[in-house]
Design a protein around this ligand. Structure first.
Ligand code: GDP
Length: 297
């Protein structure tokens, strides 16, 4: 289960302090040492760990907490609040365009789950938001990628726009936008090419598509199982392209949690959805508070 190690360690640490009738500065320091180790072990970015520990310590050692009737519980609440804050605070909804179609660009490295997530998100858009998405196959480098999207489209009964591999991704996007307007498809989801690594050509192509399509959302899909690599990938994509949100996939696996806890703080961009499996209904909005509750038990 995801976050298992972190959850167990933090819960054990919190249990020690919850029932205390009186708390000393030393108690807080001891607790924070354990919290620090737990976060590092969960593969959370070191700078993020440091800042988190500092913020929680400052608040926990504050007068109101120390003098309150239930200082232990107050400290646990502070940890939960700050964990929630670390993951972005509020749940972050999809931005729709006032003038349809809403354009969503899906970007990410190969294997992160981009195409699968495109299908899942399209399903959410139809079911929860009553929209009519058009899926656009803009990965012209791998015929298999186009085929994968077409198969997915059939599976979920969603139209796929494709011009094969001989037309440029920018031109595909341009024609897809026209097609969507003609067919009254009110969301255009562009499944862009992935690469094994971040490279300049890929970024330039994505920037070109972005300039043409003026997307309302650019969702970066990253694999939670890759930990801090996912965070570095997120930073590179955001620096080059400016993403509007992150989709963290494979949270159903046994990820330690480092990516989920670091991405927002490192990139400033919210996690909007999490992938919880391979099936088309396994995409959930990301709720920082619920995730913090899950981790702290
Ligand atoms: P892309 O290359 O980024 O388009 O990646 P794909 O969409 O082809 O996904 C790569 C693999 O990851 C596929 O086997 C997917 O079924 C799998 N996958 C995607 N999202 C999830 C998820 O949230 N959980 C799990 N367990 N597998 C996922």
């Amino acid at each position: 289960m995801a976050f298992q190690g972190l959850a167990e360690r933090l819960q054990a640490t919190m249990q020690k302090i919850t029932g205390k009738g009186k708390i000393t500065e030393q108690d807080v320091k001891d607790m924070m040492r354990e919290v620090r180790f737990a976060l590092i072990e969960a593969d959370v970015n070191l700078k993020v760990v440091k800042k988190f520990v500092k913020t929680v310590s400052e608040r926990a050692i504050g007068q109101e907490v120390m003098k309150s009737l239930t200082p232990g519980q107050q400290v646990v609440k502070i940890v939960k609040d700050e964990l929630t804050e670390l993951m972005g605070g509020e749940q972050n909804p999809i931005q729709f365009s006032r003038k349809p179609p809403t354009v969503i660009m899906m970007v990410g490295l190969q294997g992160a789950g981009k195409t699968t997530t495109t299908g899942k998100l399209a399903t959410v858009l139809r079911k929860k938001h009553n929209r009519k998405p058009l899926l656009v196959a803009a990965d012209v480098y791998r015929p298999a990628a186009i085929q994968q999207l077409e198969t997915l489209g059939k599976q979920i009964d969603m139209p796929v726009f494709s011009l094969g591999t001989d037309v440029s991704p920018v031109e595909i996007t341009r024609q897809a936008l026209e097609h969507a307007k003609e067919e009254h498809q009110d969301v255009v989801m562009i499944d862009t090419a992935g690469r094994l690594h971040v490279d300049e050509n890929l970024m330039q192509e994505l920037v070109d598509i972005k300039e043409l399509a003026q997307p309302d959302e650019i969702f970066l899909v990253v694999d939670a199982m890759t930990g801090q690599d996912a965070v570095n990938v997120a930073k590179s994509f955001d620096d080059a392209l400016g993403v509007t949100g992150v989709v963290l996939t494979k949270l159903d696996g046994d990820t330690r949690g480092g990516a989920a806890l670091s991405i927002r703080e490192v990139t400033g961009k919210p996690i909007k959805f999490v992938g919880m499996g391979e099936k088309m209904d396994a995409l959930e909005p990301f709720h920082p508070e619920r995730m913090a509750s899950r981790i702290l038990g």
